[in-house]
Write a protein that binds this ligand. Sequence first.
Ligand code: DGL
Length: 274
Amino acid sequence: MNFIDRERPIGIFDSGIGGLTVVKRLAAILPNENLVYFGDTARVPYGSKSNSTVIEYALQDAKFLTTKNVKAIVVACNTASSVAISILKAKYDIPIIGMIEPGIEFALKITRNKKIGIIGTRTTTDNKAYSKALKKADEKINVFEKACPLFVPLAEEGWTKHKATYEIAEEYLKGLKEQNIDTLILGCTHYPILAGVIQGVIGENVKLIDSGIAAAELIKVEIERIGLINNSNSLGSKEFYVTDIPKKFKEIAELFLSSPVEEVKKVELDEIWA
Ligand code: DGL
């Protein structure tokens, strides 16, 4: 492997800003890596769309990232991971990391009473990707899944402490509270943005699982395995692309990453059609 190969970026995609929660973790674990982010803001949310539509979008998103010569892709969207991960893995010969497997491994290490809650978009919970994989790993696990579709627009709006967010969280999480879960998987990359509210409502004795942490660790293992870790001494660059309203994305990204974002470029949807 040559020097240039190691400097190739890691690609990350999501329907919108949610994947920034993964970017934050990646930048902390792999500060020297160059990152390219693609947020499909023109078509967010993915979580209320059919499997076939999400698969089509995920293929286009990954294809766009490959035009940036990425050495690995993080599907920083649970919805896309729940339907498209095996298709993407079969299509590309670079490491493709989804959110579900890393999240599950993390949750299995944490739970004591084997009662795990999962919150995600409707498409993710309808696909039962988490419950199937958890049951496969340990059939004694009790899984409680709940779709929380309104969390995505609340996160996109930046309503991280708003009274309405608390009220909606109370409504969504009351069933899970009654189940005595000790672990709650944030099965949507937008949800860590609302972690303060979610933790406040579900209670301090429930451990929240942010799959982004586990996914970032896994990507490190994968690029080490293929000999492509970037061991340069300088801080990695970050490039951002969205399909709509770059200005809004830039504001939220700066707030969320607590660092200035130089430029967010707009990509026309017809550029990414497969
Ligand atoms: N952030 C995404 C996820 O992890 C999708 C949210 C959406 O577009 O509905 O599922």
